[in-house]
Ligand binder design. Structure first.
Ligand code: SAH
Ligand code: SF4
Length: 341
C-alpha cells in the first residue's frame, strides 16, 4: 500500500487537485484550509461542514498528524524553547521570542545544517535531513496553540538549518503561512535568513514574494568570511552582494544584513568603515548580533563599548544599524545555539 501523504504538505492547488480527484468542488479545498490552519483541528472528523463521505475519503488517503512539544524551557527573559520530536525520532527546536507588542517565532527548516559555519553550534552538529512542508508549518501551528490566547505576530526562518537549501519546502510552507483563510501572515511578517546561496536568492526573487530577506554577512572581506563560513568560497562577497542588488524589493523594503560580531575577528574600526561602502547601492539595514558564546567554540563576544562604537561608525555613514538583543541564552535558545536537543 502507498504511504499516505500528510495533508499539511499540500498547498492550495494540490488540495484542489485532491478534492477534484474525489469529484468534489474546489471550495472544499478552502474549507479544509480553514479547518487545519484557522481552527487548527487535529482530525478529519472535526471538519463538520464536509460530507461524511469526503471525510472518510480524506481519512483513507491522507493523514494529518501534528507536532506536539515534548519539552518547553523558559528563559529568565521570557523567551521559550520548544522541542519537537519528529516521526523518525529526530528532534527540532523552535523559539518563541516575546518583545513588547510582538511575539516572534523562530522556526527550523532542517535537522542540522550542511554549511558548517565555524561559529555556529547547529553547524557543528552536522546535517541529518530537510524538514517537510508540514514539519515547517507544523511548528507554527503547534506554537500558536501553545501561546493561546496570545497570537504569533512574526515568523523568522532562522532556527536550525539553511532555508534556501530546502527551498521547495520552505517556499511552500511560507505560502501556506500566508493564506488569508488560514494563518494569515503577511509577507512583511515573515523573514527568511540565508547563509548566502546565490542561485536560490535569485529564485526567491523571481516568484511572487513570500517573505523578507535577511543575509548572514558576518565579515567585510573574503578571507575572513571564508574562514568563518566555508560557503563563501563558492559564493564570494562580490557575487552575494550582486545578487542582493538585483533582488526585487517593494517600496520602502530593505534587505537585512546580519552581522554576528566577534572579538578580534570582525569587530575592528576598519570593518565598521568598510561595511557601508560594501553595501552601497543596496537598500540595507544591519542587525548587529553580539556573539553568543559556547564553551566548545573559541569565539568571544566583544565588549559593550566596542559593539556600540561599531554601531556608531555605521550610523555616521547613514547606514541603519541596530544591535539585536540576545534572548534565551540561559536555555541555549539564542542565535546559533540550537542543536535539536
Ligand atoms: N542558516 C541560516 C539561518 C539560521 S542561522 C543563516 O545562516 O542565515 C540564524 C543566524 O544566527 C545567522 O545570522 C547566524 O549568523 C547567526 N548565528 C549563528 N551562530 C551564532 C552565535 N553563536 N551567536 C550569534 N549569532 C549566531
Ligand atoms: Fe547553518 Fe546558518 Fe549555522 Fe551557518 S549559521 S551553520 S548556515 S545554521
Amino acid at each position: 500500500m502507498e504511504a499516505k501523504v500528510n495533508i499539511k504538505n499540500l498547498n492550495r492547488e494540490e488540495l484542489k487537485g485532491l478534492t477534484r480527484r474525489f469529484g468534489k468542488e474546489d471550495y472544499r479545498a478552502q474549507q479544509i484550509i480553514q479547518w487545519i490552519y484557522r481552527h487548527r483541528v487535529n482530525s478529519f472528523q472535526e471538519m463538520t461542514n464536509l460530507s461524511k463521505e469526503l471525510r472518510e475519503l480524506l481519512e483513507r488517503t491522507t493523514r494529518m498528524d501534528s507536532l506536539l512539544p515534548a519539552e518547553v524551557e523558559t528563559s529568565c527573559d521570557g523567551s521559550q524553547k520548544l522541542l519537537f520530536p519528529l516521526e523518525d525520532h529526530e528532534t527540532i527546536e523552535t523559539v518563541l521570542i516575546p518583545d513588547r507588542d510582538r511575539l516572534t517565532l523562530c522556526v527550523s527548516t532542517q535537522v542540522g545544517c550542511k554549511f558548517g559555519c565555524r561559529f555556529c553550534l547547529t553547524g557543528q552538529k552536522g546535517f541529518s535531513r530537510d524538514l517537510s512542508t508540514s514539519e515547517i508549518v507544523g511548528q507554527v501551528l503547534a506554537s500558536q496553540s501553545f501561546v493561546r490566547p496570545m497570537t504569533l505576530t512574526n515568523i523568522v526562518l532562522m532556527g536550525m538549518g539553511e532555508p534556501l537549501a530546502n527551498l521547495e519546502n520552505a517556499m511552500k510552507a511560507m505560502e501556506i503561512m500566508g493564506y488569508n483563510d488560514g494563518l494569515r501572515f503577511s509577507k512583511r511578517k515573515i523573514t527568511l535568513s540565508t547563509v548566502g546561496l546565490v542561485p536560490e536568492i535569485d529564485r526567491l526573487g523571481q516568484i511572487p514574494r513570500l517573505c523578507r530577506l535577511a543575509i548572514s554577512l558576518n565579515a567585510t572581506d573574503n578571507v575572513t568570511r571564508t574562514s568563518l563560513m566555508p560557503i563563501n568560497q563558492e559564493y564570494p562577497l562580490e557575487e552575494l552582494l550582486e545578487a542582493c542588488r538585483r533582488f526585487p524589493l517593494a517600496p520602502r523594503e530593505r534587505i537585512t544584513f546580519e552581522y554576528v560580531i566577534m572579538q578580534g575577528i570582525n569587530d575592528s574600526d576598519e570593518d565598521a568603515k568598510r561595511l557601508p561602502t560594501m553595501l552601497r547601492g543596496i537598500r540595507a539595514k544591519v542587525n548587529l548580533i553580539p556573539y553568543n558564546e559556547s564553551p566548545s567554540l573559541p569565539f568571544r563576544r566583544p565588549s559593550e563599548e566596542r559593539i556600540l562604537a561599531f554601531q556608531q561608525t555605521l550610523l555616521k555613514k547613514n547606514l541603519t544599524a541596530i544591535i539585536r538583543k540576545s534572548r534565551g541564552e540561559d536555555i541555549s535558545a539564542a542565535c546559533g545555539q540550537l542543536r535539536g536537543g
